[in-house]
Structure formats: C-alpha cells, structure tokens
Write a protein that binds this ligand. Structure first.
Ligand code: SAM
Length: 475
C-alpha cells in the first residue's frame, strides 16, 4: 500500500513521506545541471519568502561554482536581513546521562558500561548554574538522557525551577530551552507551564527504516512517537519548537529533504514553523567511533546544507554547537547561523568539575574548546554582535507572534538595541579588559544605527543605567 503524502496530516509517515522524499531526490538529481531552473529558484528565494523542499533539494544538488557562490551570498544576505549581525549565545547544561535507550550513535546508550553515569542533584545544579552565570550566560539548553526512573519529568521540572530561581551577583538565567526525549501532550503542557523557552528535539534521521536500525531498543525506537513529538508539543501549548537531524546517520540528501518537510508540516498545520533548526554532525564519543558510520558529511557539503536551509526557511533561527571547530563555525556564521554555544561542557557536572578523559561522562567530544570570553572576543573581531538577549520570549513574543514580527521586518527595531544592552551587561560583569574595550567600541559604533529615533534614545539611557549598576532592560 502506498502512503499518500499529506503535509497537514498528523501521522508521521504521511507528513514525512518516504515516497515524496525519494521522488524529490530523484527530481533534484535530474535537474542538478539545469542552470535555468536553478537560477529561477535562486531568484524566487530573493523575495525572502522561502522555498519548497523540492526547490531547496535542487539547489543542494547543484555543484556549479558560480551558482553555489550565488547561494552563499544570498544566504548571508538573508541572515543579515532578518537577524542583522547578531549572534545569540547559549550553553548546554547536562543534567543526567542515565538512559534506557539503545541509540547506536550515542554513548548514553543503556548497554554502555564504560561511561560514568551521573545525575545532578538540585544542589549540584545550583553550582553548575552559578558557574555558567559567572561566565556570563543568560540562556541555557538543558539536556538529559531518557530514563523514566532516574530522570522523570518531575525531575526536569524541579531542575527548571531551581535554574530560574538562582540569583547570584548580577547573574540570571532568563531562558531555559529543553532538549529531552519525546513525551506526552500532558507533559509538554507541564513544560510550558514551567516557562521553558524552546522545546528542542532532534529527529536524528527521518528515514524510518534506518531510524529503527539506529534505535533498536527503548522508547525512542518508536519512529511515529518521536516524529510526531512536535505535534504533541504544539498541542500542549509550546509554540517555540526546535528541530534538527544528526548529520552523518543517514545520507544528507534524505535528511535534508525530511527536515524541510517537517518545517513545512509545522507551518502548514499550526501556522508557525520551527523556531530553530539545529544542524549537529556526528562526533566521536566514549564508545562511539564515527568511522563506523558511512554517511559522514564533508565540510563543503555541510556548508551548502546550511546555506540552502537558510534560503529555504528564512525566518527560522539556526543553531550550531561546539561539535563544530572554530574554522567551520567561522564559515557557517557567514552562511546563516544565528545562534551558537560557547564555553560548553558536554559532561554531567562539567562546568564545576572538568573531567579527565578516563572519567568520561560526556555526550560527545567538543571541537571548540574556547572559553565564552574568547568566543565573544572572536565574534566581535569578526563584526558579529554577541547577543545574550532573551527579550522576545519574556515579552510573550513566541510562536506566530514572533514569526509575524520577524516576517514584517519589525523585529529589527527592538533586536539591535536588545543585543547591545545585553552585550553591555556582559562587558560590565564578565568580560576580560580586551574584550570589554572591543565590545564598548562596537556598542558606540552601532547605537547610532538603531533606526527608530525614540528607541535609540531609550537604548542610550538604558546603556548609561547599566553603567550605573542597573540590569535587565529590554524592548
Ligand atoms: N535524550 C534526548 C532525546 O532522546 O532526544 C535528547 C538529548 S541528547 C542529550 C541531545 C542530542 O545529542 C541527541 O538528540 C543527538 O542528536 C545528539 N548526539 C547523540 N550522540 C551524539 C554523537 N555521538 N555526536 C554528536 N551528537 C550526538
């Protein structure tokens, strides 16, 4: 029986249709040298309204250097149009690596006896969060393995409460994003009520057959339950959801199309696409060797993937983690990334007690080991504004309200001042002298470019107040 493709269906195999993905890949393959079609698609994308998965797949398949350069330039232009040169900063916080699943690419898998298992107590969470606040972070993504007994939802909810409650010096965590296993509508409602920012869940791969082989045991082995998680999250009232695939598990062509179909499904069904798209690539980890996986994505292809996603879904934030090296992060920032982590530790408790290799409890080996201050200084040198802003979500600008502001270009009037205000806080409270000097120069240079006169004057007043010790201003 053929399964019909239906973008608005709430059944995984209908909105992520294997047949539609395969036909799309075939179509893209057949048209990869069709310069006229490719130029037409690039021209269509210039109206900043995005592309269909089929059009995007054709661009991804194109290898003609001049056209690829055009795509890269357009991706950069779109990033600047919607996000300016702001880069939002965050850090992951690993709560627990206990896990009942059997994911073959993840060292948390239940059969792994060499990884040190650890779950943070609320007291330990306090210490980790204070360490993160002392670095200057305001936005976290909490991460946990799936373990109904060790990490039940109550533990996650209690941890969120602890995190929001910690006030240490001028520090505060103002937005907690959550990356935990697929769960029920009722649990998503509880997460929403706990005031989470984005609910993030990576699909890992959209290829059902491969998904089942990669997740042989545990609750995560249920493809439909996992793939329909964002529908349940929406039903539970979470309207900022973050999707992604783990590149390297499946052919990138298949997952690229699946990812865009998922975004189209959310937009078509709920009127709001994904808030963010993450593009992790598989890394070496405790008992995981990337050489055992045949679908590694080379850098040049990866750059094209990011650029074409940027072109296809212009309004969605794009996240890159410290799985990527400084070199590739630098390139990806020019191709559409709007959010990066800095100073990350992927081990449980790693911010207070960095681990030696032998006592590894980490989820993967990070490729960017710089401190947050080094990353902030580096961004300033590259003329990006490191932003610690969390204003939209705290002002209730989530879901379609956020998207419509962004689509109307309105967000630019409050985002730039918000970025400068939060950068200013960082510079006053946490930066090294050299970074402070560079950051102050950038603020001076950019304040005058805030388009709205009233907003500019208010921002100037707030900046002065920050110098006098006040905190947490926002537009
Ligand atoms: N346990 C949760 C779940 O079931 O989705 C999510 C949390 S997990 C801590 C976060 C993500 O790390 C996973 O969704 C996966 O994509 C990624 N990950 C797992 N193993 C990895 C590896 N070896 N290299 C890079 N990323 C990996």
């Amino acid at each position: 029986m053929t399964i019909m493709y239906n973008v608005k269906s709430k059944t995984a195999e209908e909105f992520i249709s294997d047949a539609e993905i395969r036909e799309t890949m075939q179509f893209a393959h057949e048209h990869c040298n069709d310069r006229n079609l490719i130029k037409q698609i690039i021209d269509k994308a210039r109206s900043f309204k995005g592309l269909s998965h089929r059009e995007a797949a054709v661009l991804l398949e194109c290898d003609q250097p001049d056209l690829v350069d055009e795509m890269f330039a357009l991706a950069n232009e779109i990033k600047h149009r919607f996000y300016g040169n702001r880069i939002v900063m965050f850090a992951p916080l690993y709560l627990s690596n206990y896990c009942v699943n059997g994911c073959v690419y993840c060292p948390y898998h239940a059969k792994n006896k060499s990884i040190r298992r650890k779950k943070l107590t609320q007291e330990e969470i306090r210490s980790e969060v204070i360490a993160l606040q002392d670095m200057g972070h305001k936005r976290l993504a909490i991460e946990a393995g799936e373990h109904p007994l060790q990490n039940p939802l109550e533990y996650i909810l209690e941890s969120i409460k602890t995190i929001y409650g910690i006030k240490h010096k001028n520090g505060a965590i103002r937005r907690v994003n959550v990356n935990i296993a697929a769960t029920s509508v009722e649990n998503y409602r509880k997460l929403r009520d706990a005031g989470i920012g984005t609910y993030i869940l990576f699909q890992e791969t959209y290829n059902k057959e491969n998904y089942e082989a990669l997740h042989p045991t545990g609750p995560k082995s249920n493809y439909a339950y996992h793939t329909e998680a964002m529908d349940r999250a929406m039903e539970g009232g979470i309207d900022d959801v973050g999707i992604g695939v783990l590149f390297g598990l499946e052919t990138y062509r298949y997952d690229f199309v699946g990812l865009l179909m998922h975004a189209e499904h959310l937009e078509a069904t709920y009127g709001v696409g994904p808030h963010t798209i993450s593009v992790p690539r598989l890394c070496m980890a405790d008992d995981i060797d990337t050489a055992d996986f045949k679908n590694a994505v080379p850098d040049d292809v990866f750059y094209k993937i990011v650029a074409v996603i940027r072109i296809a879904v212009p309004y969605t934030g794009m996240i890159i983690s410290t799985r990527e090296s400084e070199k590739s992060r630098r390139r990806l920032l020019e191709l559409g990334i709007s959010q990066i982590s800095g100073g990350s530790r992927t081990s449980v408790g790693g911010y207070v007690t960095p681990e030696s290799e032998e006592e590894n409890s980490a989820q993967f080996d990070v490729a960017d080991h710089r401190t947050l201050d080094e990353v902030v200084g580096w961004l300033l040198d590259l003329d990006h504004i490191p932003s610690f802003c969390t204003a939209c979500y705290r002002e209730g600008r989530t879901g379609d309200r956020f998207m419509s502001l962004l689509k109307n270009g309105q967000i630019a009037n409050c985002c730039l001042p918000n970025a400068l205000l939060t950068l200013k806080e960082y510079l006053r409270d946490y930066a090294s002298p050299a970074v402070r000097e560079k950051g102050e120069a950038m603020i001076k240079r950019l304040l005058v470019t805030v388009p709205n006169e009233k907003a500019r004057a208010t921002a100037a007043k707030y900046l002065e107040a920050i110098d006098e010790g006040e905190r947490d201003f926002r537009f």
